[in-house]
Design a binder for this molecule. Sequence first.
Ligand SMILES: Nc1nc2c(ncn2[C@@H]2O[C@H](COP(=O)(O)OP(=O)(O)OP(=O)(O)O)[C@@H](O)[C@H]2O)c(=O)[nH]1
Ligand SMILES: [Mg+2]
Length: 361
Amino acid sequence: MKIGILGLPASGKTTIFNSLTRGKADVGGFGATRSANIGVAHVPDERVDILTKMFKSKKTIYAEVQYVDLPGSSSGELFEGEAMAQLQQVDAILHVARAFEDGSVPHLEGTVDYKRDIEKVAFDIMFADIALIERRVDRLTGSLKTMKVADRDEATKNIDTLKRIQADLENGIAIRDRDLEPSEIKAMSDTFTLSSLPLLVALNIGEDDIANTQALEKELDGLLEGRLTGGAAICGSLEAELVGMSEEEETEMRAGLDAGEPGLSRMIKVSYKVLGLNSFLTVGEDETRAWTVKIGALAPKAAAVIHSDIERGFIRAETVAYKDFIEAGTMAEARNRGQFRQEGREYVVQDGDILNFLFSV
Ligand SMILES: Nc1nc2c(ncn2[C@@H]2O[C@H](COP(=O)(O)OP(=O)(O)OP(=O)(O)O)[C@@H](O)[C@H]2O)c(=O)[nH]1
Ligand SMILES: [Mg+2]
């Protein structure tokens, strides 16, 4: 899973990217990020920590989310050059919206107003799509003349469909908010669009607002009514400070602030939910590990995440739900309780399943 970070100049994109990925990219504002920063965040997962201890695993590996901090332009143009090329590779967009007040950091619009900025970026995304679809329609229309008659009908239909989607975008309907009909999916298949991607918002709040986090997130949820959207409030400057600390120092500092669950953890969890992802777990002396699958994935698809050979030679999966395993305390007891199950190809993997695949190649 890969998430592209964008937002207005100096909204704190790189600051939040650094905290998510424990990176050290240059911050500064107004064009400080000239080329994309790419990094990986670990998905915090207490289950992985607990299982590591129980199995005395030598290694602990968390699920990962890749973040790309997109280069911006000082004029606030979001979709030019390298940024656009990077966006074609992402599974979701993360908009960093500035909510912190700081006189020493200028704002493109002169004032801090995250509602306005969230609306503007959502609008810009749709506006970019209108241009992308227009270009596609022009190209298709241009090629009609030289097309075989048999293909022309189909192409004409696709053009009409694209124009309909464009008209809806002009009326403020993002592609992620539509139920695409099969004909629409087909017409769109060669057209890259941005408003079809899930849209996440990280509200970059000031330190004064940390105590207000819950109320702000509630408000943010109200602003993000559309489908495939979600958000969290993060205090960029605090998180940036914490990245440099040891784990003990960090825990102590967070406890002192009464900030609750770190915004970064919530952000990653919201991303998981909006993208429709689950984690399954594998355990053993060598390693305890979390893996990412799409909700609804069948056992062989989950096996493929580990290795294509395991999917190819899939025989069956042995599984116990994390919760059941913890209650039972050992695999043997889970077996006694009938909670250690054998599942076949049609099994739909659940979040928190501890899985072992039997396969032969
Ligand atoms: N007070 C305060 N300052 C912040 C916060 N987050 C970022 N900043 C400051 O805002 C400035 C811009 O931060 P960056 O993270 O570089 O912002 P950016 O969006 O990546 O900027 P560009 O890549 O240049 O568009 C820096 O001086 C940061 O230190 C915050 O939560 N509070
Ligand atoms: Mg930056």
